[in-house]
Design a protein around this ligand. Structure first.
Ligand code: SF4
Length: 327
């Protein structure tokens, strides 16, 4: 696989009347061609801001975004138009993201019109093809969004994202608004489309059990920072960061009758991104916190002999003054 997309040192703060929200604070991530990178974390940790930075809805305060080795951080309007044909987004609420006054056919044709793709006959044919690809009857192209179920509306959102044959789709909580019974169908659809078209996804969810089904690698985000990167299997079997461990502890064990090891953590309200804690941002909730955790920011270090990265003093071999983890 080759590198498709990268974000380096991305920072995004939002000034508000109550102070500055530290939404994203120095995030690095890379997505290979054909890879699904899962991004998990609680609500408010900065995942959706990162998604909007990736498609350049938001402008980063600092950092660099590259697509296929080309710096796209400060594209002008013309450059952004071309970028958006290659990086598309699927939103959490399919109903809110679809124009209620447009037919599905019109909604799916619109990106083709905007980007001047094909004749009107070719565009109509493309719309029928897109609907078929996502499991909708092409004859329904004349219907409006409110005439579809939640799962069908998300299929429409997926078809719209596919319209311009992008290389990367940013999936921002694509199944969290759906009934449990429909989630698996949409996840299976995304999986099938990825295989068929060799696409890459940045798949964002607050639910590790959802990400576990689709991602090759997983990044765990806490209060604007990535705290752990690992391939899916390693993360699932042996989470290293105490926050990842706590997230996983709330997910049912994949082995029937075998409970996960309990984590002594009080899942109280997370701190406000208006005033992130000093040192390790997780120290106010971490059962393993030591004094230095309150003042020294842990680096996202790579574990010897692996591709795993963790930002925790207890698992950083270069921080010998910390006691061995008692996990
Ligand atoms: Fe917990 Fe300290 Fe590790 Fe942060 S650095 S996760 S507070 S042990």
């Amino acid at each position: 696989m080759s590198l498709l997309f990268s974000m380096k040192g991305i920072v995004k703060h939002f000034p508000t009347s109550r102070g500055v929200v530290h939404a994203v604070d120095g995030v690095d991530l890379e997505i290979e061609r054909g890879e699904v990178l899962g991004l998990v974390g609680e609500s408010g940790c900065g995942k959706s801001s990162l998604a909007r930075l990736a498609v350049r809805i938001y402008e980063p305060d600092a950092g660099c975004i590259e697509l296929d080795g080309v710096d796209i951080t400060h594209l002008d309007q013309a450059g952004l138009r071309s970028h958006r044909t290659r990086v598309q987004m699927i939103f959490q609420d399919p109903f809110a993201s679809l124009n209620p006054r447009s037919t599905i056919g019109r909604i799916l044709e619109e990106p083709l019109i905007v980007h001047q793709r094909g004749s009107s006959t070719e565009r109509r044919e493309r719309v029928r093809w897109l609907m078929d690809k996502v499991g909708l009857r092409p004859e329904a192209a004349g219907r409006f969004p409110h005439e579809f179920s939640g799962g069908q509306r998300q299929r429409i959102g997926i078809a719209r994202a596919l319209a311009l044959s992008p290389d990367l789709i940013i999936c921002d909580e694509p199944v969290s608004a759906l009934d449990v019974s429909v989630r698996a169908q949409v996840i299976n659809l995304l999986d099938r489309l990825r295989d068929e078209f060799s696409m890459s996804y940045l798949f964002i969810s607050h639910d590790l059990s959802v990400v576990e089904h689709v991602a090759d690698r997983i990044a765990v985000m806490y209060l604007g920072k990535i705290v752990e990167f690992a391939d899916r299997r390693s993360l699932w079997r042996a989470p290293l960061h105490p926050y990842t461990r706590a997230l996983l502890a709330s997910v049912p064990s994949p082995v029937a009758g075998v409970a996960r090891k309990p984590v002594p953590m009080r899942l109280v309200e997370p701190p406000s991104p208006l005033a992130p804690p000093s040192g390790c941002r997780f120290h106010t909730r971490c059962p393993y916190a030591q004094d230095p955790c309150r003042s020294v920011v842990p680096k996202l270090g790579t574990l010897d002999g692996t591709k795993r990265q963790v930002a925790c003093h207890l698992v950083d071999s270069e921080e010998p003054e910390f006691p061995a983890p008692n996990f």
